[in-house]
Design a protein around this ligand. Sequence first.
Ligand code: ATP
Ligand code: F1X
Length: 301
Amino acid sequence: MLTVTMNPALDHTLTVAEPLRKGEVVRTDDAKFDAGGKGINVSQYLTALGVDAPATGFLGGPFGQMIGGTLDEEGVARDFVEIGGRTRLNTTVLSPDGEYKINHDGPVVEEGDVDALVERVRDREPERLVVAGSLPRGIGADAVDRLAGAGPWDTAVDMGGSFLGRFDGSYLVCKPNRAELAEATGRAVETIEDAASAAAELRERGYRYVLASLGPDGALLVSESGAVRAPALPVDVVDTVGAGDALLSGFLAGLARGDSTADALRTAVVVAARVVSVSGTSVPSFEDVFERRERVEIRSV
Ligand SMILES: Nc1ncnc2c1ncn2[C@@H]1O[C@H](COP(=O)(O)OP(=O)(O)OP(=O)(O)O)[C@@H](O)[C@H]1O
Ligand SMILES: O=P(O)(O)OC[C@@]1(O)O[C@H](CO)[C@@H](O)[C@@H]1O
């Protein structure tokens, strides 16, 4: 499995003891940096789950170097195209009144960089590709179709709702959340039944599976056999950054092991529960995740 992150981010997570107040300085000694961007997170989670999942995409500047160094320390294989622009820094503030997240748009990437990335992917001949996260400035949805169509691999995508209905190719799976389902289909998505109808409509546009993440309501899987849902596991949530990436990683790890789609969905929910229990996009312990999946109940929708 090879992941592509076209717009990686160094994730800076700051925990503050008091709610933020306009015009006031808040101080903290609790801050950490994680290598981030959705595809990179998937590589980190999959590697920790025992699935070989090198990361590629674009990296540049000092934050790009920090991301590369972190991946090396964690033993996550990487093969990025170096760009002239500067990889972004995204900030999360965890305060007693909730979670604040600010994502930078990222650098401008040139068309020639996309050509180099397509070549990089071709050279590695992955069995499966995962393209995840926002696109940096200068890059359109056609770059994703190019990557997916450059070889015989099947491709998973996790991108904004405005893209999900616009790809030309056919894809293995996409992982929208509620807002992305609504944006991709133009439907209101409030109830689980709304999500199932929207996911079924989205599936018709070229996905074998639609894996919808529903926050504390768990996840929904729509395939040719219909829709099933797995409620979330009750856990103490530290923050939900990376939760969707964890869900997708668990599902892909299940498929890579040859598990049934129901078992892959169960694993996805266990992996996501572990990730929401730690701050930022750091990798928690995944010990026992495959055994613990039996605790996840599958319901038909
Ligand atoms: N409060 C929660 N309690 C337990 N599990 C949760 C909670 N919130 C999220 N999860 C788990 O994480 C999965 C993904 O969460 P969510 O729907 O928030 O993803 P997302 O919006 O794609 O997140 P992100 O874009 O931040 O990665 C859910 O399907 C669920 O299994
Ligand atoms: O701006 P994008 O590319 O949509 O999302 C980037 C991001 O929020 O996604 C990950 C969590 O899913 C973080 O590592 C990272 O900061």
